[in-house]
Design a binder for this molecule. Sequence first.
Ligand code: HEM
Ligand SMILES: [Cu+2]
Length: 634
Amino acid sequence: MNPSPAVEPRNAVLDRTWSDPPGLIGWLSAINHKTISVRFMLTTFGFFAAGGVLALLIRLQLTVPDNKLIGPDFYNQLFTMHGTTMMFLFAVPVMQAVATYLVPLMIGARGIAFPRMNAFAYWIFLFGGLMLYAAFILDIGPDAGWFAYPPLAGPEYSPGKRTDFWAQLITYTELSGLLEAVILITTIFKMRAPGMTLNRMPLFVWTMLVTSFMVMFAMPSVMLASTALITDRLVGTHFYNPAEGGDVVLWQHLFWFFGHPEVYLIFIPPLGFMSSIIATFARRPIYGYPVMVLAIIATAFLAFSLWVHHMFATNVPELGKSFFTAASAMIAIPTAAQMFCWIATLWAGRLNFRTPMLFALSFFFILLIGGLTGVMLASVSLDLQVHDTFFVVAHLHYVLIGGAVFPLFGAFYYWFPKFTGRMMGERLGKWNFWLMFVGFNVAFFPMHIAGLRGMPRRVYTYPAEMGWGLLNLISTIGAAILAVGILLFVVNVLLSRKRGDMAGADPWAAGTLEWATSSPPSPGNFPRPPVVGSRFPLWSKDGVAGTVRGLADDRREVLVTSVNDAVPNHRAVMPESSPWPFVSAVAVTVLFIGSIFTPWAIVWGAVLCTPPLVIWFWPKRGPTQKNIEREVKP
Ligand code: HEM
Ligand SMILES: [Cu+2]
């Protein structure tokens, strides 16, 4: 094991080449993947906080029976905005945000593929989220639930513009998600350091590869669904109108063909966090690497074959329900396989209980409960019994928070030194963890019982005779403890960013490439990109077999390698910073928001979008790119 990798001295020319320009225009022109990723992470965390505040309002209203604090109309908006925010503005985007920082570093690349598109995707995402919250503040926020079932979400029962804002937000976030998926797949396939064969890729990179492919199949489904909903509402098509030959169950199929895999888009990247953290803190490579990779791929395939388990209460054929029950139960198998590999790794390792490790270990406990209630819900008869009760609310939060939020917080503790050059406070970290862990269980465990006793979800209050009051009081107290825990995280980040212990390149003595460069990394990531000789390059003697020479420092040159074996192919020059992705995103936003109000916005919006897009893509022969062959043999 080689605890302190030899970090190459920084190179001033290279730093200047890859830096974002100064000033306001420069700020809007930034395309460096780390700059964009940090903004992306802060934005998604901002939405997480907003969604959390809405959750606290929901809990406040449910604390006691017959509560009159929040009326039914506002309550509808609360749970719709809460679910929508968490699913579309936090959970998937935050994984992509973290990945756009880490993946290039983990694979030894100087940058990311399509950096301008990456900036564009970020701006689109930001504007979409702000639009949704602007609508909410102006009291035209959506109120038909995060899955917006027609006919409730259709023109007849949801007049006004509320649902249109929701449906348009889907297009923003999914467009951003699709672009990020293309960027990550291209980066992972074509920009890995020489020697990093597919078989040597860190498991987190594998999870992001698989997740990105899932995004490519899942997102178009919901974009199609929501566009059809908009045309139903805006120009009177009849996709979901049975009176005119439409079908409301069509919505459910299209939505859940996206919605179920969505859960795995949230859950698979954390499997990669887990593997990184466990390997480092057990001080040994993850046991059963091929099993892990196959399990991740199998999970992705299975995830697409069980969307109907969200529709057991509709009239899908009985035989179909049996099939989807079986598929739903089967998905526990690859997850269990991974759990066993991690346990084997931990068993053989010497454990180190720092904060990231605590968050990782809590995953086992919480996800086990969430997984068990999931297998219960996969059975049609039990599902019909607890359908639309708080049992489902408890289940989904155990899976989402246990499967994603806890590992994500662990990941922040783990990679914070790489992002900032400083460690996060360990004492505050322990408090942060225990308050979140205890608060979470106190908040959500009683919901299982309330659900089994019949408490329905999405109703703003309940009569005292039902006897659900005590359980709800406990839940609300738990939610408050959880919120304090999350607040401590924010405090810890703010304090540690300025005053944390200096980290150095590899504070955890970890084995993967992101730790082979300074913390925080220089704008160009690696002064000389490494050549990889093993799965944990920093842990084996000839893991870093050399460095790549011959890449220019005075222009944004990257090495392009082959898909399977990462054999060097050619050099490519990445584009310079540019404000046009930002301007284009503004123009596209005008088009989308306009089209909520009039179909004509598609026409004049397109006219508005054309100039910035043309300028963005206008072939330019700047001083650095002039006379460079785009394909030069290294
Ligand atoms: C921070 C602590 C959280 C609390 C206290 C909380 C609380 C709640 C409650 C009480 C409901 C049920 C509302 C009702 O049916 O009347 C709910 C719904 C929901 N929550 Fe959370 N939640 C939290 C975090 C999250 C996270 C992190 C996610 C996703 C990543 C999430 C996703 C959802 C979804 C999808 C719904 C369903 C909304 C709907 O029925 O349309 N929640 N939450
Ligand atoms: Cu599902």
